[in-house]
Design a protein around this ligand. Structure first.
Ligand code: ATP
Length: 235
């Protein structure tokens, strides 16, 4: 689905990514784990084509075997890339339903999720459908941000730390939603600091340190090394 080769990125003179190579296969959930400042957000911005407004990149990114390295963000979105940013990007003055009906369908993505299907998967959003974005809790905003990308028919979701700051119950709900998203054939690359959660929801993991991939881990390795990883991540 996604293949990244030799990706480096800079902010001015400061290098944030160093020759990162990774892949995500169709139908997988893969996490990017790393300390604050390791380069995780920069990685997602590069994949979505958003790093250009910050600085320079080299390397190649391909989606479904096609080189998308030079494409603008909206063209990547049309090919089925969906970005769920860490600030969630919910339109604060619009209602939940307006947020859900705004995004256009992608041209080369999966079938966009109809509103009814979104409400089945996210019953909380149905209850809140007339509420303005500002009136939502952090968890509800996260659900709305995820649902909005599914409405476009995205085939690969890039999620920047969807569980950050959420209560354990809501984290569990986000996990259920991600599993449902995967069952619907959507592939996910996820930034995640909660390694316990990561091992319950994802298939594989990459550990990023100082802009490099230092380890590729499977779930058993993450579970065996959970304490060490939490210590390393400073959590
Ligand atoms: P966090 O979880 O804290 O967001 P991260 O792993 O996502 O961390 P990035 O945000 O990608 O890390 O940051 C990687 C490096 O790039 C850091 O050294 C950071 O200070 C730097 N950086 C990030 N954004 C900018 C920016 N807009 N301008 C300059 N440097 C930046």
């Amino acid at each position: 689905m996604l293949r990244v080769e030799g990706l480096s990125a800079w902010y001015g003179e400061a290098q944030a990514l160093r020759e990162v190579s990774l892949h995500v296969d169709a139908g997988e959930i893969v996490t990017l784990v790393g300390r604050n400042g390791a380069g995780k957000t920069t990685m997602l911005r590069c994949l979505m084509g958003l790093h250009g407004s910050y600085g320079r990149t080299v390397g190649t990114i391909s989606l479904l075997g096609e080189d998308i390295t030079g494409l603008a963000p909206h063209r990547r979105a049309r090919r089925g890339l969906g970005f769920v940013p860490d600030d969630r990007g919910v339109y604060a003055t619009l209602s939940v339903e307006e947020n859900l009906t705004l995004p256009p369908a992608t041209k080369l993505g999966l079938d966009p999720w109809p509103l009814e299907r979104v409400y089945e998967a996210f019953p909380r959003l149905r209850e809140r459908r007339r509420f303005a974005g500002t009136k939502l809790s952090g968890g509800e905003q996260q659900m709305l941000a995820l649902a909005r990308v599914l409405r476009t028919g995205a085939r690969l979701l890039l999620c920047d730390e969807p569980t950050e700051g959420l209560s354990p119950l809501v984290v569990q709900q986000i996990g259920d939603i991600l599993r449902e998203v995967k069952a619907a054939g959507v592939t996910v690359l996820l930034i995640e600091q909660n390694v316990h959660f990561a091992a319950t929801v994802a298939d594989r993991h990459y550990l990023l340190a100082e802009g490099r991939i230092v380890e590729a881990l499977d779930n058993d390795q993450v579970r065996e090394r959970e304490d060490e990883l939490l210590d390393y991540l400073g959590i």
